[in-house]
Design a protein around this ligand. Structure first.
Ligand SMILES: [Ca+2]
Ligand SMILES: [Ca+2]
Ligand SMILES: [Ca+2]
Ligand SMILES: [Ca+2]
Length: 357
């Protein structure tokens, strides 16, 4: 029971953070089974509520709810220019941008991209995501620190959080001041507790029960601090770990989130889920291949600034598109696999390439 309870509460958190519930604000009965796997949640979530820790973090391999980040390689290939490659943008424009990127990645100008060059590029693009998060955090912080004294207390944050969930801000503020019962539903209460734990973690020593801008950044974006990244990994392991040994077996790692399988479509998604996770577990996360993923292994896997990860990623990306098998990427290969690198297709790439050369 305790286990399901935990799982359920984490799922609730993930679900609560997703845009659907926020839009309906007080409609807390809305519990989509597996919202996190819908593709456009990151953008939507960003617009919806900037004071909540996002589930999806650009440039991180795993989301806070334990889902694999399916857009990871595109994120680390495109950096902050990701949004420019949406599906409706014009192929000719995308192609031009992709060529620009290619020339930048190819630092030694030998007309092909080596794994080393791509690794450097990935590190650079990862930093861009960090910088973007810092910029956004400025706005988020001023939203929770209206008096501008540079600090936000837990109660101040709690009021803003409740307001974002549709509660009356003034009423909540008064009740908190008078220490009255807020009469929150169980779901909101659980989300708050989880946020509170994270809050305490983000209050760097010596703790003063309030967060400054930098601490608030690590509250929203654990990837900005080693300590918070560790905490995030702990949360993920806690949610997936069924026998409480703080390690993950393959079966723990691939077990499905509560409420996923409901119909045939759900079943198909689930088959993919298992396949992808098995692959990631065996080939990447379990780095010493002893069939157990430790916290340490997961921490290393999640660390966006890990150069070894970046090199692995570079090699994987090259392997996908390396048609002439020279372990490097030529421009033509990147254009051909445009959809893989950018998420958008270049329909007439073949003709264009011939015109170009
Ligand atoms: Ca080169
Ligand atoms: Ca375990
Ligand atoms: Ca291992
Ligand atoms: Ca090649």
């Amino acid at each position: 029971m305790a286990f399901w309870r935990k799982r359920w509460s984490r799922n609730l958190l993930a679900v609560s953070l997703s845009v659907c519930v926020l839009l309906r604000s007080v409609d807390v009965d809305a519990r989509p089974a597996n919202m996190s796997s819908s593709k456009n949640k990151s953008q939507a979530g960003k617009e919806e509520n900037e004071i909540l820790p996002p589930d999806h973090l650009n440039g991180l391999k795993m989301e806070r709810d334990g889902h694999l980040n399916k857009d990871f390689h595109q994120e680390v290939f495109l950096g902050k220019d990701m949004e420019e490659f949406d599906e409706d943008s014009e192929p000719r424009r995308n192609r031009k941008k992709l060529i620009e990127i290619f020339t930048k990645v190819d630092v030694n100008r030998d007309n092909s991209v080596s794994s080393k060059e791509l690794q450097e590029w990935i590190m650079e693009k990862t930093k861009e995501h960090f910088q973007e998060a810092m910029k956004e955090n400025k706005n988020s912080f001023s939203a929770v620190d209206p008096d501008g004294d540079g600090y936000v207390t837990w109660n101040e944050y709690k009021i803003k959080f409740l307001a974002s969930k549709g509660f009356d801000e003034k009423e909540m503020a008064d009740k908190i001041k008078l220490k009255e019962d807020l009469k929150l539903d169980e779901e909101t209460q659980e989300v708050l507790e989880s946020l509170r734990d994270r809050w305490v973690q983000a209050d760097s020593p010596p703790p003063d029960q309030r967060l400054d801008e930098e601490e608030f950044l690590s509250f929203l974006h654990p990837e900005h601090s080693k300590g918070m990244l560790k905490y995030m990994v702990k949360e993920i392991v806690r949610d997936l770990d069924q026998d409480n040994d703080f390690k993950l077996t393959l079966s723990e790692f691939i077990s499905l989130p509560v409420g996923t399988v409901e119909n045939q479509q759900g079943q198909d998604i689930d088959d993919d889920w298992v396949k992808e996770r098995r692959n990631e577990f065996e080939k990447v996360i379990d780095s010493n291949h002893d069939s157990i993923v430790t916290m340490k292994e997961l921490e290393e896997y999640m660390d966006p600034m890990n150069e070894h990860n970046a090199l692995n990623e570079a090699k994987q990306m090259i392997a996908v598109a390396d048609e002439n098998q020279n372990h490097q990427l030529e421009l033509e290969e990147i254009l051909r696999y445009s959809e893989y690198f950018t998420g958008s297709k270049l329909m007439d790439y073949a003709r264009n390439v011939h015109e170009e050369f």
